[in-house]
Design a protein around this ligand. Structure first.
Ligand code: HEC
Length: 339
């Protein structure tokens, strides 16, 4: 039998211990995924700090504004400091061509197919005397700005090597077919140079992409021949002055003059009209897929932005239990446990 004081002390101890055990069980948190624990800790810390914690919208707005400001200032400084400086003269680089408001280069516009048809006529009647367009087969033009019959007839005007040899082993000539490519004016580069004072008229298929300034440059070049070279300009023998051509001396003379071709749609064939038509046609030759590409691009933008909006909604939906959870911790009144 213990003394009454000792018994009382023992009872006290037992009581305290059970209290601690009970308190401990009450505070044990529900099972938490490891990825959530950090989040909950932060959340508990901030929400217990004060009732006036910033709302999630306020946070989102601040974050968005900060991102926009960061991107904006980077773009602003790139504009001034990020670009290479050019110190070249027009004589070396050529005069910079003006920027024309081309309809077909706009996002939501296609080529003007009547223009393409006129431009093809200018190419055939003027440029094709010196320049090849070797990447364009007749079939590519069918359905774009000419009919099958027109192109079959045009292809048959030219002769091409037969695919198979005849009985004597000779390759015979045959009339052109839709699958043939536009004929070149010269047999090879040497013949082309010989006929042009040593200068090679380049193939025009990809010319719009091959020159800085693209359509603007070629338009400025074709319409930029002055009557006489300006005073003081040095023009080499056999070259022509054109300020847009790097070096200003170009082997190609002015080729477009008012009324040079007669358009079937009765458009007045001024120099600039023909230049505009042929340049847009050359743009088509370099990018025949542009119309399709823009159409597909718009579809892609519509679909992906819809999916993006949906994904934001799903993310908010899935996260809402976590984002709106409130954890409350009630500490035990007093434990007197030595830690
Ligand atoms: C009489 C022959 C001839 C005709 C016709 C002709 N060109 Fe040329 N073209 C040349 C020659 C030669 C060059 C090479 C010039 C050089 O390198 O100095 C050239 C060069 C060019 C260039 C390249 C310029 C550069 O930056 O290198 C373009 C573009 C061009 N021609 C477009 C046309 C177009 C479009 C037409 C039809 C409207 C046309 N040419 C008609 C002979 C011709």
């Amino acid at each position: 039998m213990l003394s009454s004081a000792a018994a009382q002390r023992a009872r006290q101890l037992v009581q305290q211990t059970t209290k601690i055990v009970r308190n401990t069980t009450t505070v044990s948190t529900p099972s938490i995924e490891p990825w959530q624990s950090q989040y909950i800790k932060n959340r508990a810390a901030s929400s217990s700090a004060s009732e006036s914690a910033p709302s999630p919208f306020y946070l989102t707005a601040t974050a968005s504004a900060a991102t926009a400001a960061a991107i904006g200032s980077a773009a602003y400084y790139y504009q001034y400091a990020g670009k290479d400086a050019f110190a070249m003269t027009p004589a070396e680089e050529g005069l910079h061509p003006p920027q024309y408001p081309w309809e077909h280069t706009r996002w939501t516009k296609t080529y003007d197919h009547a223009t393409l048809r006129r431009g093809f006529q200018v190419y055939r009647e003027v440029c094709a005397a010196c320049h090849s367009l070797s990447r364009i087969p007749y079939r590519k033009i069918v359905g774009s700005f000419a009919t099958v019959d027109e192109m079959k007839a045009m292809a048959e005007e030219n002769e091409y090597d037969n695919e198979d040899p005849n009985d004597e082993g000779e390759i015979e000539k045959r009339p052109g077919k839709l699958s043939d490519y536009l004929p070149a004016p010269y047999k090879n580069d040497e013949a082309a140079r010989a006929a042009n004072n040593g200068a090679l008229p380049p193939d025009l298929s990809l010319m719009v992409k091959a020159r800085h300034g693209g359509v603007n440059y070629i338009f400025a070049l074709l319409t930029g021949y002055p009557e006489d070279p300006p005073a003081g300009a040095v023009v080499q023998d056999g070259l022509n002055f054109n300020p847009y051509f790097p070096g200003t001396g170009i082997a190609m003379a002015r080729v477009l003059y008012d009324g040079l071709v007669e358009y079937e749609d009765k458009t007045p064939a001024t120099t600039s009209q023909m230049a505009k038509d042929v340049v847009e046609f050359l743009n088509w030759a370099a990018e025949p897929e542009a119309d399709e590409r823009k159409k597909m691009g718009l579809k892609v933008l519509v679909v992906t932005s819809a999916l993006f909006a949906l994904s934001i909604w799903v993310k908010r939906y899935k996260w809402s239990p976590v984002k709106t959870r409130k954890l409350v911790y009630n500490p035990p009144a007093e434990t007197k446990v030595r830690r």
